[in-house]
Design a protein around this ligand. Structure first.
Ligand SMILES: [Zn+2]
Length: 401
């Protein structure tokens, strides 16, 4: 089914629009956003071009090979950076929903905010620390030859005859170091911004104030990058570099803005429970009912699109319109609903006392528009995205706290 449910128990990887699933790492589903392919191609080209300059002795296919290998290993390094954050988060009992790699790096989606400033601090520094350690590792792998070649290149403007393995390691040293430094810029939601927030939070004891200050720094950093990009593009005449810098600034601006919106919505939803927006079940049906009977009755005559399958008041599953549509028409009369329903064990359900913030996060994470509200094995009703948005809207418009 497309909207009413997702699986909860074994968390198999789900497809997402604009991204492909890579698999599980440490039990965390990893996605690659299609925008990553752009950065992958770009890095490969940049590195190959740089290698062409530094190592004119390499054949063109050698250069491309080195570029591709470096890109692929860098990709792994970005993933390890996110896994660094994730494992520390998990150590503090915060589940990690997924890791997504996209054009500017990666995002580890942790399920909730840390409870203590120290936790936030350690989760935030774990990423850059991982990158720093990788940088040191690759520096060691690059070896003494790389240092000699660096000295030589400083003197004569040529990288010398560094073997390919060492040259690649030298690149990965630099790029991981840059990744660590960039992420430590103190603008929220970069890692450095989270470090800043944890410090202000620890000193003031005020989480919201700390977030607002860190986001303020985030806006400042974002505008700085945009201005710097424009300067580089038009006054230094390096159009591509300038555009990239401005683009990074624009991305940081969007990220800072969404973190402010997220804070506002968190505040609006605080104190609201599932019961506040509980909607009655549109239609209850029995597992033995045929698809044909469902279509003839509830669907065609009453226009319902979502059905709770119950046996003696016990939840068995949910049937949506798309489940019906994917069943061949000639099988409708002989197919009972229990064969096409999403069974109860696979449904993502909520309990009546759960907070709406949790509901919102689960819906966003799983791409759901509605979830059944269950107490024991009884279905009380549904929560829908519309109901959630109504609360959000009312609180933001009239809450005025
Ligand atoms: Zn990070």
């Amino acid at each position: 089914m497309n909207s009413g449910s997702g699986r909860s128990s074994s968390r198999p990887i789900r497809q997402r629009p604009g991204a492909f699933a890579l698999g599980h790492f440490f039990g965390i589903p990893v996605y690659v956003d299609l925008s990553w392919l752009v950065i992958f191609a770009l890095i490969t080209m940049t590195i190959s071009a740089q290698f062409a300059e530094d190592h004119p002795e390499w054949a063109s296919n050698e250069r491309w090979f080195a570029g591709l290998v470096t890109s692929a290993v860098f990709f792994l390094c970005v993933l390890l950076h996110e896994i660094g954050h994730s494992l520390v988060a998990r150590f503090f009992g915060i589940p990690v929903n997924s890791i997504t790699l996209f054009i500017f790096g990666g995002v580890a989606q942790i399920q909730r905010e840390p409870e203590k400033p120290l936790h936030e601090f350690l989760i935030a520094v774990a990423g850059p620390l991982t990158s720093l350690m990788l940088s040191v590792l690759f520096f060691a792998l690059a070896g003494a030859e790389a240092i000699e070649s660096l000295q030589a290149s400083a003197a004569e403007d040529a990288a010398g005859n560094l073997p390919m393995f060492n040259a690649i390691c030298l690149w990965l040293t630099t790029i991981n170091l840059m990744l660590a430094i960039f992420n430590l810029i103190p603008g929220f939601p970069l890692d450095g911004g989270r470090v800043l927030r944890s410090l202000i939070w620890a000193l003031s004891g005020k989480f919201e104030m700390a977030t607002r200050v860190a986001a303020g720094f985030g806006f400042f950093v974002a505008y700085f990058f945009i201005a710097l990009g424009i300067y580089i593009a038009f006054f230094e005449n390096m159009l591509v570099n300038g555009l990239w810098t401005a683009f990074i600034g624009w991305f940081l601006l969007m990220a800072a803005r969404s973190s402010v919106v997220q804070l506002a919505s968190r505040r609006a939803l605080a104190g609201h429970r599932v019961l506040d927006i509980l909607e009655p079940i549109p239609y209850r049906v029995s597992p033995a009912m045929s698809v044909q009977a469902l279509v003839d009755g509830p669907i065609l005559q009453h226009g319902h699109t979502l059905f709770v399958v119950e046996d003696d008041g016990v939840l068995k599953g949910i049937v949506s319109l798309s489940d019906v549509k994917t069943t061949p028409r000639e099988e409708w009369p002989v197919t009972p609903l229990q064969r096409i329903m999403t069974p109860a064990a696979e449904l993502v359900v909520v309990e009546p006392h759960e907070s709406l913030q949790t509901v919102k996060e689960t819906m966003e994470e799983r791409g759901l528009a509605q979830m059944p509200v269950v107490e024991g094995d009884r279905v009380l009703g549904l929560v829908t995205r519309d109901g959630l948005l109504r609360v959000l809207h009312n609180e933001m418009e009239f809450g005025g706290r």
